[in-house]
Design a protein around this ligand. Structure first.
Ligand code: SAM
Length: 194
C-alpha cells in the first residue's frame, strides 16, 4: 500500500491535480484566530500544500513560514505567493531547522495526512518547534475509518496523544468545511505546557 509518510505519495497527487483536501481559500476560523494573535507572531504552516493561509498571514503582518516536503506542492504554493514566494520552503517537518521557535503552528490536514505510527513523533516535534507558551491551532479530523489518508482520530485518542505536552484551550465546530471533512472536523487550540 502507498505510504503517505513519503513525498512521492503526495507528488503524484499534486502532479495529477487530485487534491480533495484542498480548500481553495482561507478557512473562517483561521481568519478569526489570526485577529486574536499578537502582531508579528511567528507562525509555522507545516505540510502547507497550496498554502492559501500563508499569504493571508503574511499580508496581515505575521512572521509566517510554510513548509512541505513535496516539490510539486512547494512549486504550486510559490507560484501563487507573489512577493512572499521565499516564505515557502521544501522541507521535512520532522527534521528541518529553519526559524524555530514558533509562537503558533497552524494545523490543517497535516496530522491526518501522516500515518498513525508517526503521530507520537508529530506531538514531540511540535512541542520542540514551539516557544514556551506556544500553541497548535487548527483543524482536527475525527473519524473511525482505519484507512487513510485522511487518518481520523477520536476525542479520547487525541487527548492521549496531546495531553502530556499540551492543554486544550479551544474546541469549536467548523461551518465552512469542504466535503471530505464536513461534519468530521473541529477547530481546536492546544497550548504547550511549560
Ligand atoms: C492532505 S495535504 C494538506 C495540505 C494543506 N495543509 C492543505 O490544507 O491543503 C498534506 C500535505 O502534507 C505534506 N507532508 C506530509 N508529510 C510531510 C512531512 N513530513 N514534512 C512536510 N510536509 C509533509 C504533503 O506533501 C501534503 O502537501
Amino acid at each position: 500500500m502507498a505510504d503517505s509518510s513519503l513525498p512521492g505519495f503526495w507528488d503524484q497527487r499534486y502532479l495529477d491535480g487530485i487534491m480533495p483536501w484542498d480548500a481553495g481559500g482561507v478557512p473562517e476560523a483561521l481568519r478569526r484566530y489570526a485577529c486574536e494573535l499578537p502582531p508579528g507572531a511567528r507562525i509555522l504552516v507545516p505540510g502547507c500544500g497550496s498554502a492559501y493561509e500563508l499569504y493571508h498571514l503574511l499580508e496581515n503582518g505575521f512572521d509566517a513560514l510554510a513548509i512541505d516536503f513535496s516539490p510539486p506542492a512547494v512549486a504550486r504554493a510559490q507560484a501563487s505567493m507573489g512577493r512572499f514566494a521565499d516564505r515557502v520552503i521544501e522541507a521535512d517537518f520532522f527534521v528541518f531547522e529553519q526559524g524555530a521557535p514558533f509562537d503558533v503552528m497552524y494545523e490543517r490536514a497535516f496530522l491526518c495526512a501522516l500515518p498513525r505510527k508517526t503521530w507520537a513523533a508529530y506531538a514531540r516535534r511540535t512541542a520542540q518547534l514551539l516557544a514556551p507558551g506556544g500553541a497548535i491551532a487548527g483543524f482536527f479530523f475525527f473519524d473511525d475509518n482505519p484507512k487513510g489518508p485522511p487518518f481520523g482520530t477520536s476525542e479520547q485518542e487525541l487527548h492521549a496523544l496531546l495531553d502530556p505536552l499540551f492543554e486544550r484551550e479551544q474546541d469549536e465546530p467548523v461551518s465552512d468545511s469542504i466535503p471530505v471533512f464536513k461534519g468530521k472536523e473541529r477547530w481546536q487550540v492546544w497550548r504547550r505546557r511549560e
